[in-house]
Design a protein around this ligand. Structure first.
Ligand code: NAD
Length: 500
């Protein structure tokens, strides 16, 4: 280990061999129709890791054809739920058996912490597949009493061919939370991973085949958003699109769905979540949580609590603690076990974050810590904290998706509810207080899909999450998410001489 400019470098790790670089269509790894490839880059160095098949419209067409056939004629939607469950459990076990390799792929592709990948992201992807496997044989409609001359019931049928368009910040978890419920429901699908992080999705496709998921059920088309992604959202033969990504692209996806076959869309979009700290908390503990709330996964988290509102009685003390703690926050090679923050996912994201930091300085916020890139190769940025941030500054309004916190002071409960809600987004919120009345009032008043009281990032498979306002619609995880992949069919028939 060598320490440079406060950063940690680590090179004693066997980097994974890249085994899968082609599109996965109908159970086979294939070149793109055009033969084109794109480079995926290691954000630790900016160097190319591998060339990946660049799927475009023609490739999406082939993948959709495979998924359509698998849905219309193949066994998957017709299997008893317990059979789908058995195969999905095998898939989950294979994920667990390959945890180190999958975690390493997400680290070299996305700059994510290897130790988190190994202990959280990939095991949690396996658990998500298991969670939904458990639902596969419990998908039932209901019996309807109707009037005494009618008997009715509902059937919950798989919605059909699903297009999943996913982002790069949690490649393994995103893959599993989209694919898991869709498989359980009996759907077939085309997955387009983000162009920044295609490697683990291809590996998951390989494991799905080994587990016995029939050919054509799960297809992966790597490629760019404006070509492969757009071909999915505008496809006439896709029955549903599940999108996670930016609000701007979410809007394009809805437009494409509306002007093609009016397929239903669910959107998990951006956020600018408030992290609200009241006077009565343990400042030391909450400062730790606030730092995690913004800096976790180098701030590339849709639910990052990057608008930190601090009540005036503890404001100064909180800032002192924050500065103390940020000094122990290590930025460096994400393979190193002591590192807290790796590089941003790519050059674009790195430059975008630095330009937001410049906005903050220009618009008059006070830079408390950080504010610069690290002086080394790769896309590393110092943990950056601004104070004296006004609600109308760019850094308080726009999603930065990087290690940048804005700290604001407030006086009253009413004031912080109003300011917390003054955002076009409504994804998450954190409320730190020991006062139950305040916790309940604020949690009911904040217009966001997930509220964490005295905790943050408390995700579990049972907890549905998704947004209000421009953070999207529809929910991932939880049993709610299964409904996105089901159609409800109502059946009614006359009944004569009913005894009741
Ligand atoms: P992005 O919208 O640029 O890309 C997301 C995906 O959409 C990628 O696969 C991309 O290739 C694809 N895409 C791009 N243009 C497209 C188009 N015209 N048609 C169809 N698909 C297209 O977002 P990003 O930069 O990859 O991810 C960051 C954003 O994602 C942030 O705004 C973040 O908040 C959001 N996000 C939200 C959640 C959530 O659950 N709400 C989770 C993670 C990320």
């Amino acid at each position: 280990m060598t320490v440079q400019n406060g950063s940690v470098e680590y090179s004693h790790i066997n980097l994974p061999k890249i085994k899968f670089t082609k599109l996965f269509i109908k159970g086979e790894f294939v070149d793109s129709v055009s033969g084109k490839k794109f480079e995926t880059v290691d954000p630790r160095s900016g160097e190319v890791i591998a060339e990946i098949a660049e799927g475009e419209k023609e490739d999406v067409d082939l993948a959709v054809k495979a998924a359509r056939e698998a849905f219309d004629k193949g066994p998957w939607p017709r299997l008893p739920g317990c059979e789908r469950r058995r195969i999905m459990l095998k898939f989950a076990d294979l994920i667990d058996e390959n945890v180190e390799e999958l975690a390493a792929l997400d680290t070299i592709d996305g700059g994510k912490l290897y130790k988190m990948g190994k202990t959280v992201d990939v095991p949690s992807a396996a658990e998500t597949i298991r969670y939904f496997a458990g639902a596969a044989d419990k998908i039932h409609g209901s019996t309807l009493k109707m009037s005494c001359e009618l008997h009715g019931y509902t059937l919950h049928e798989p919605i059909g061919v699903v297009g999943h368009i996913i982002p790069w910040n949690f490649p393994s978890q995103m893959f599993s939370m989209k694919v898991g419920p869709a498989l359980a429901a009996g759907c077939t699908m085309v997955v387009k991973p983000a162009e920044q992080t295609p490697l683990s999705a291809l590996f998951y496709a390989h494991l799905a085949k080994l587990a016995g998921i029939p050919d054509g059920v799960l297809n992966v088309v790597t490629g760019y958003g404006h070509t492969a992604g757009a071909a999915i959202s505008s496809h006439m033969d896709i029955d549903k699109v599940c999108f996670t990504g930016s609000t701007e692209v979410g809007r394009l996806v809805v437009q494409a769905a509306a002007t093609s076959n009016l397929k239903p869309v669910s959107l998990e979009l951006g956020g600018k979540s408030p992290f609200i700290i009241f006077d009565d908390v343990d400042v030391d503990k909450v400062a730790d949580l606030a730092l995690q709330g913004t800096l976790f996964n180098k701030g590339e988290v849709c639910v990052a609590g990057s608008r930190v509102f601090v009540q005036e009685g503890i404001y100064d003390k909180f800032l002192v603690k924050l500065v103390e703690k940020v000094k122990t926050w290590v930025v460096g090679d994400p393979f190193h076990p002591n590192v807290h923050q790796g590089p941003q996912v790519d050059k674009n994201q790195y430059e975008r974050i630095l330009s937001f930091i410049e906005h903050g300085k220009r618009e008059g916020a006070t830079l408390l810590t950080g504010g610069k890139p690290l002086d080394r190769k790769g896309y590393y940025i110092e943990p950056t904290i601004f104070t004296d941030v006004a609600d109308d500054m760019t850094i308080a309004k726009e999603e930065i998706f990087g290690p940048v916190m804005s700290v604001m002071k407030f006086k009253t409960v009413e004031e912080v509810i109003k300011r917390g809600n003054a955002s076009k987004y409504g994804l998450a919120a954190g409320i730190m207080t020991n006062d139950l009345n305040i916790a309940n009032t604020v949690s009911r008043s904040i217009r966001a899909g997930v509220i964490w009281i005295n905790c943050y990032f408390a995700f579990d498979r049972d907890l549905p999450y998704g947004g209000y306002k421009m953070s999207g619609f529809g929910r991932d995880l939880g049993m709610e998410s299964l409904n996105k992949y089901l159609q409800v069919k109502s059946v009614a028939m006359p009944i004569h001489d009913s005894p009741w």
